[in-house]
Write a protein that binds this ligand. Structure first.
Ligand code: KG4
Ligand code: ZN
Length: 301
């Protein structure tokens, strides 16, 4: 996918088709159950790319036909939002910060099926910004980044970089909780092009200061997140949306695997008397367990 410069729907659809049967069979084998032992078939129906999503829905329908089990449609972002409750007790209401390859959402989770949206990405997602930056920097060509996602590659590189080498725009002027990635993405594109000209790179080479660009990008993104999170806390205080005690912010989605962002946002949460909960990376990135878990959560209503 990355070689093609992003996710192309027809290619994603084809790959989903190729793998879905094998993955479902393996999941059943690993759990040591058969189709007939299941209570229901839960499937993501939105939001996301329609073509690959449809492959999942069609496969679920086929399983339903075979097994006569009920089918339960699931909202992908609600599943991300409630994953943390699989691991520990978190009472409603709590704040949810979802940062993935397709979305950026900040909301108050009021109950299993009630969310008050405070802010959303207006021009792309943080995961996409990470992936684009990693691609422009050709991080895939580095052995240490082999097999890593764009975001994980940028995080790894940033460990050896100076976060103040380049001053990324943090777009803090907007008075809303909405997130904007366009300034960060455009600035990354411009400095990478400028540095490539300055360093006279050969095709396939990676910039000598790629680590500084990664660290500065992450720092810029963090500043943007902090500003929006602070605004959300103030709004929630004003409207009395969160409890005084045992306040929780759940951070989830693929980008929540980023330790640098997590550690620094946790410090901000502490200032607002809030505990940050973040599922481990295997549950933060897309996974089937969170889809099944949402069904279990609804049942407890
Ligand atoms: O939630 P997810 O698995 O899929 C979507 O629903 O989008 O998120 C995938 C995104 C990708 O953009 C990937 O680059 C990003 O999560 N990601 C990271 C890290 N690990 C994965 N971004 C930043 N730092 C990471 N360590
Ligand atoms: Zn996701």
């Amino acid at each position: 996918m990355t070689k093609l410069g992003g996710v192309l729907q027809p290619v994603a659809k084809q790959l989903h088709k190729q793998h879905i049967g094998g993955i479902v069979t393996k999941a059943l084998q690993d759990a040591d159950v058969e189709l007939k032992d299941l209570d229901a078939i839960a499937v993501t129906v939105k939001p996301g790319l329609v073509m690959p999503l449809n492959v999942g829905v069609e496969h679920a329908k086929e399983l339903v036909r075979k097994s006569s089990k009920p089918m339960i449609p699931i909202h992908h972002m609600e599943a991300h939002a409630l994953t943390a409750r699989m691991l520990e007790r978190i009472d409603f209401p709590f704040l949810v910060f979802l940062v993935s390859g397709g979305h950026c959402l900040l909301a108050v989770a009021k109950s299993v099926d009630q969310f008050l949206l405070l802010g959303r990405g207006i021009d792309g997602s943080p995961g996409e910004a990470f992936d684009k930056t990693a691609r422009s920097l050709r991080l895939k060509n580095l052995p240490q980044c082999e097999g890593l996602s764009g975001g994980a590659s940028v995080e790894l590189m940033a460990k050896n970089g100076n976060p103040h080498a380049f001053e990324f725009p943090t777009q803090q002027r907007s008075r809303k909780c909405d997130f904007s990635m366009s300034g960060l993405k455009e600035f990354a594109r411009q400095i990478i092009e400028k540095e490539e000209r300055r360093q006279g790179l050969l095709a396939g080479d990676v910039l000598s200061n790629a680590a500084d660009i990664c660290a500065s990008f992450q720092f810029g993104l963090l500043q943007h997140f902090i500003k929006k999170l602070q605004r959300a806390f103030l709004f929630c205080e004003l409207k009395n949306l969160l409890p005084e005690q045992n306040r929780v912010l759940v951070m989830s989605g693929g980008v929540a695997s980023n330790s640098y962002l997590k550690q620094n946002l946790e410090k901000v949460c502490n200032i607002y008397n809030c505990r940050m909960v973040c599922p481990p990376p295997r549950l933060c990135t897309d996974n089937g367990a969170m889809i099944a878990w949402l069904v279990t959560s609804r049942e407890s209503l």
